[in-house]
Design a protein around this ligand. Structure first.
Ligand code: HEC
Length: 51
């Protein structure tokens, strides 16, 4: 699974609202329910990821 390969570091480590990929629920609102659908992923300060 390609997962996070395409997401630039500046939107994660370089983003004070995210900090690290281990904060799953920051971008995946449904993380607590096990929902990681890429269509519902939102990166703070960037918006919905669309590729
Ligand atoms: C910076 C925001 C961010 C964080 C933090 C993050 N993700 Fe993601 N994740 C995304 C985005 C955006 C995508 C879609 C990637 C793409 O389409 O290239 C994604 C995709 C995924 C996918 C693939 C979903 C699919 O429909 O194919 C899984 C599984 C996933 N993330 C799990 C996790 C887990 C588990 C964590 C915590 C360890 C995590 N993510 C943390 C943003 C994030």
């Amino acid at each position: 699974m390609r997962k996070h390969d395409e997401i630039p570091d500046r939107l994660v480590e370089g983003n004070p609202d995210v900090g690290s990929f281990s904060n799953c629920n920051v971008c995946h609102e449904g993380a607590a329910k096990g929902d990681f659908d890429e269509d519902r992923a939102i990166i703070p300060g960037y918006g919905r990821w669309d590729d």
